[in-house]
Design a protein around this ligand. Sequence first.
Ligand code: G6P
Ligand code: BGC
Ligand code: BGC
Length: 846
Amino acid sequence: MDSIGSLGLQQGEGAPSCPQEGLPCPSNSSEMVQECLQQFKVTGAQLRQIQTSLLGSMEQALRGQVGPAPAVRMLPTYVGSTPHGTEKGDFVVLELGATGASLRVLWVTLTGIEGHKVEPRSQEFVIPQEVMLGPGQQLFDFAARCLSEFLDVLPVDNQGLQLGFSFSFPCHQTGLDKSTLISWTKGFKCSDVEGQDVVQLLRDAIQRQGAYSIDVVAVVNDTVGTMMGCEPGVGPCEVGLVVDTGTNACYMEEARHVAVLDEDRGRVCISIEWGSFSDEGALGPVQTIFDHTLDHESLNPGAQRFEKMIGGLYLGELVRLVLVHLAQRGVLFGGHTSPVLRSQGSILLEHVAEMEEFLSVLRETVMLLAPNCDVSFIPSVDGGGRGVAMVTAVAARLAAHRRLLEETLAPFRLTREQLAEVQAQMREAMAKGLQGEASSLRMLPTYVRATPDGSERGDFLALDLGGTNFRVLLVRVTTGGVQISSQIYSIPECVAQGSGQQLFDHIVDCIVDFQQKQGLSGQSLPLGFTFSFPCRQMGLDQGILLNWTKGFNASDCEGQDVVCLLREAIRRRQAVELNVVAIVNDTVGTMMSCGYEDPHCEVGLIVGTGTNVCYMEELRNVASVDGDSGQMCINTEWGAFGDDGSLSMLSTRFDASVDQASINPGKQRFEKMISGMYLGEIVRHILLHLTSLGVLFRGQQTQRLQTRDIFKTKFLSEIESDSLALRQVRAILEDLGLPLTSDDALMVLEVCQAVSQRAAQLCGAGVAAVVEKIRENRGLEELTISVGVDGTLYKLHPHFSSLVAATVRELAPRCVVTFLQSEDGSGKGAALVTAVACRLAQRTRI
Ligand code: G6P
Ligand code: BGC
Ligand code: BGC
C-alpha cells in the first residue's frame, strides 16, 4: 500500500476522541475493524449462488429472453474462430476504455509464423477528465490526435494503414467494423455517443484530423483482444477475462445457443458484459453499505453493480469509503479524516492491489466452483493488442473480399439511364422488325386477330411443348367455363437434341397414350399446338421453325413447317389423323388464356426456361401482312434482342462465358440475361471467378462448381426467399455439394440477388417498351392494360415479379399495367385460339 501520508494523514495524529457526535467510542478498535471487514467476506454457499444465478442470466440472455434491463447482455462479436496463427501484416491498434483514463496506441506486426513474435511498439496518453466527461466529438478528436502523434515518430507511410479499435464498453456489434455503444461505463460519460456507431465516430475524427489516411477495419472488446492474443496453452485459449479498470469476460459459444444469430453450426465469441450483473437475490447478501454508497455516488448509479465490486476503478474507492468510515468512528487516524481522504477517487487500485494474491484467490475459487474443469490462466502480455491486430487482420481480409465482390457485381447493377436506354433500343428494334428492316427482333405475325368472345364451345386437344414440361391436354369449352384434363410427359435430353423424326414420333406416342387414357381413341378432335420456339407463320396452322432455343436442338427441323412434321409423324405412327387447327407460341397461349378472364389482357409475357413477349399490334404497322384495319398479335421473339451486338455495353464477362458454353452461341443474348435456363449458369460462373480470387470457398475450386447447370432456377428462388435463414441457404448449397461457411453463403446470396435483379429490371425495361408502343399506337394520354404472365422464374422467384412491375412503373409512367398470372398454362390458350378458329370457320361455312 502507498503511504497514508499522501492522503494528508499522519499515523497517530490528533486526540483519540470520537469526531462525530452520537457515535459510540470504540471499545475495541480491532474488533470494529474486523466487524467492518467481515462484510466483505463471501461464503462458498454465496459464491455458488452467484455462480448459479449468473449462469441462469447468461442462458436467458442467449435465448433472447431479456427484460428491459438485462442482467448480462451476452453480445455476439463477429469473431467466429480463435486465431489460425497465419494472420500477418502491420496494424495500428487504438485502445480506449481498457485501462482507466488512458488511451493506448500500438503498432503491431504479425509475422504469420507461429512462435515468431515481433514486440509491438506502444504509447500511452492520459485522457484529461474533462475529455472523459465532455462532448463525444472531443474524445474522438483527442484519440485521432494521439494516433497522429504516435505515427509521426514511426517510419511509416501514410498509405493503407489498417486500424483495429479496441473499445471496451458494452456495444451492439452488427459487423466487424460496426458497433453501437449501449452505455458508457467506468467513469466515461461523453455526450452524443450512446446509440452511435463508434467506428464511424472514429473514422470521422481521423478524417477531421486529416493527417493520416487510416482504415478502421475492426472494433473489438478488450476481452476479445485478450483471448485472441493469448499464446495457446495446453489447448486453444477460448475465454478472455479482463479485471482491470472494469471487468468482463468473453468466451467461444456454440452458435446454435445464440438465438439472435439464426445459425446452427460453428461457434461465435460472446462478450458476456457481466459487469452489469445485478441479481438482487444473489448479489444482495454480499453487498455492503460501502458498495451501496459507492454506487450511489458513481456516474452511473444502479448500473454495473457486479463491476463495481470487482473492477479496479472501484476497489480503491471501496477502500477509501471503509477508511473514512473507520476514521469517522474513531478507529483510525485518531478519528480524523482529511479533505483528500474525503474526496472521491483519492485511493487508486495501485495503492491497494496485490496482483499475485488476486490471481491465487481467483484460481482457488474457480477450482472450488468448477471442479471438473481444468483451467489454465495465461496472463496477457501486451494487453490484448496482438489479439486486436489478429481480428483486424481477419477483418481486413474480409473487407478486401467484399471489395472484390462489389467490383464483380458492379456491372450487374444497372442505373435508371441504362434501363431507359434498353427500353429505347427495344422500341427501335420493334419498329424496324415490324417494317421488315434488319433487326434483332423478328416481330412475327401470329395470325391471331381476336381474343375469345365467350361464344366458343366444344372439346379440343392441345399440345404444349417448349417449357419445363411437355403436356397433352383435353380442353372442354362449355357454357359453364373451361375444364381441363392434362398429363405431363417427359422429353429426355437425348430426344430434344436427337433427330427431328425421333422428337415428333415421341410427341405422337404421348398423344396416343393420352387419348387412350382419356377414352378418346379414334376421335379426331381439333388440336391447338403450343410450340414455344420462334416460327414464321403464314397462317394459323402453318409455322416454320426459324431456330431452336432453350436447349432443344433436334436435327432437320429448322426451316420446316412444324405442323407438317407433326402430321408426318402421325402418318408414320398410323395414328388417328388429328385435325391441327392452330400453332401458337406460349406467349400467345398465355395472353389468350388470361384474355378469356380479362379483356384488357393484350400482352403475353413468359419468363421461364426462356423469355418472350407478344402483344396486339395495329395491322397497319405490320409490313408483312396485308390489310390496314384491325389488329394482329405479334410474337416479338425478344429473347434474340441484342443478337446484333446492341446489348454489348451491358454484357459482362460472365454473360459471355454462359453464351459461349451454350448450344447456340451468339444467339438469344437477351434471353440469356433473363431466363431461368441461364441465370443459374451466370451465378455459377461468378462463383467460379470469386473462388479463383480467393474470395469464396477459401479459394478452393470444387469439382461440383465446375459442373454445368448445377444451379437450377428453383435454387435461385429458394435461396432468395425472405423467409429463409442463412443456414438454410447454406444447406441448399451443401446439398449441391458445395461446402461453405456462413460468409460464403451470404456472398452466394448476394450474387444470386444481383443476377436476378438485373434480369427482372431488363425484363421490366422490355415490357415498358411494349406498353408504351401500344399507348402511342392508340394515341392515348394514358393506357390501362393487362399483361398475362407465365413461367417458372416469374412465378416462383420471391422478388422477380415486383421488380418487373417497379421497373415498368418507372420507365412507362403513363401506362397503368396489371400483371395477371396464368393459372392453366398456355395449352388452354392454344385450345381457345383453336376454338375461335373453329367458330369463325363454322360461320364462314354458314
Ligand atoms: C406456360 C406453358 C409452357 C411455357 C411455360 C414457360 O404456361 O404452358 O409451355 O413454355 O409456361 O414456363 P417454363 O418455366 O416451364 O419454361
Ligand atoms: C465494459 C466492458 C469491458 C470491461 C473491461 C466494462 O465496463 O462494459 O465492455 O470489457 O469493462 O474493460
Ligand atoms: C422462344 C420463344 C418462347 C420463349 C418462352 C424462347 O426461347 O424463342 O418462342 O416464347 O422461349 O418460352
